[in-house]
Write a protein that binds this ligand. Structure first.
Ligand code: KG4
Ligand code: ZN
Length: 365
């Protein structure tokens, strides 16, 4: 098929995302157009708990999916309605792409069931999408308008840093992934969120810590010795990470300091962000050298961190190209699910049975 309309659905965590994408061209040279993109964040609802509460996320997705769907259809407007009548006898889409994992299982099921219902009603195929593959391909997307996939040199190394994952993924070809390193305990984003709580900052903690650290870097030339934190596993021989020890070190430090003030909070935030970024960059650099990497992808919620972006750009030489998602596509969204769904569908075709799709809580690429 050379011309497709895709409905994409994302509900793996605390964002309900629905978008409508139009794709022209074949697999070799597809050109995408986002006709409409909607996102409903549950951040305010989960904030009092200091993290995402799965059953609450499920309830919110269930409530918001139909509302968001109607809103997205309206946004896509005439383009959807007229082409439906003209080309497909009233059928609105050619394909539904839905996140099947990894994520919070109850949350994932809401999106899958919503997709299955629509797929059955319209008799259209449905394709399950791996959320992490979505994050990788998010670097090619735009939240609005048109985009195509540029020529990429392999191998690609993807540093995936989100609330649930920290992974280094090697790709020697399109859609082929090998996880060469991952966190053995907390994910980078999770560490940001937990440390933010220790510093009495609201959820999600990443952007909050990042703000404080930015101010900290401007204010303090050097950080006092007693604020110094470890860089766990930085020099280990593999490409794995560990952030739980760093988080515990912050806990001990805050207990030692006692009452935190603006100054100590800024200092800790700066040192913590430095520790995470240095560790991520050190391992990424080692992997670039070992695998003779030509393209680097940095994606997932934490990839919106300004300090990480700056430092990783500094580290990467002229030999490699580095790709980041646009700011709105760094955190969870459904555009990346639509892009990935298209490629997966083209690769696998209609063999995927709608009823067979399952939510896969925590899994890898
Ligand atoms: O990819 P994402 O939206 O959801 C998951 O798939 O987990 O990532 C969310 C994570 C949260 O832990 C959040 O604190 C973190 O990304 N995050 C950041 C920044 N913006 C979001 N971490 C550090 N710096 C940021 N600017
Ligand atoms: Zn994500």
């Amino acid at each position: 098929m050379t011309y497709m309309k895709i409905l994409a659905i994302e509900t793996s965590c605390d964002e309900t995302g629905i978008s409508i994408l139009e794709i022209k061209g074949g697999i070799k040279n597809p050109s995408f157009r986002v006709l409409a993109d909607s996102l409903n964040s549950q951040i305010k609802i989960h904030a009092p708990f200091g993290g995402v509460y799965p059953m609450l996320a499920k309830r919110e997705h269930q409530k918001n999916l139909p509302i968001l769907f109607e809103r997205t259809l309206k946004k896509a407007g005439k383009k959807i309605a007229s082409s439906a009548i003209r080309r497909r006898g009233g059928k609105l889409f050619d394909l539904i792409a839905v996140t099947s994992g990894p994520g919070l299982e109850p949350a994932l099921w809401t999106g899958i069931m919503f997709a299955q219902e629509l797929a059955k009603k319209w008799k259209v195929p449905i394709v399950p999408v791996n959320h992490m593959e979505g994050h990788i391909l998010s670097v090619f997307g735009k939240q609005k308008g048109e985009f195509s996939i540029p020529k990429i040199k392999f191998p690609i190394l993807s540093l995936l840093v989100s609330g649930g994952h920290t992974e280094l993924v090697l790709s020697k070809d399109w859609m082929k992934y090998e996880v060469i390193g991952e966190t053995l305990d907390d994910a980078a984003g999770e560490a940001f969120d937990k440390v933010a709580r220790m510093l009495e900052l609201p959820y999600p903690g990443g952007p909050e810590i990042s703000k404080l650290a930015e101010q900290g870097r401007k204010t303090f030339k050097n950080l006092p010795e007693e604020i110094k934190l470890p860089r766990p596993m930085m020099y280990s021989k593999n490409f794995d990470f560990s952030f739980s020890g760093l988080k515990t070190a912050v806990l001990y430090l805050t207990q030692k300091i006692g009452k935190l003030n603006d100054k100590t909070k800024k200092q800790i935030a700066t040192e913590f962000e430095n520790a995470v970024v240095e560790t991520l960059i050190y391992k990424t650099k080692k992997a670039i050298e070992k695998y003779n990497i030509k393209t680097i992808v940095v994606a997932g919620g934490v990839s919106s961190n300004k300090h990480l972006r700056k430092e990783i750009k500094k580290m990467v030489g002229l030999k490699q190209k580095i790709l980041f998602p646009g700011k709105k596509l760094s955190t969870d969204n459904s555009v990346m699910i639509g892009i990935t769904g298209y490629f997966r569908f083209i690769k696998k075709g209609k063999k995927i049975g709608a009823s067979k799709i399952k939510a896969e809580g925590y899994m890898h690429l």
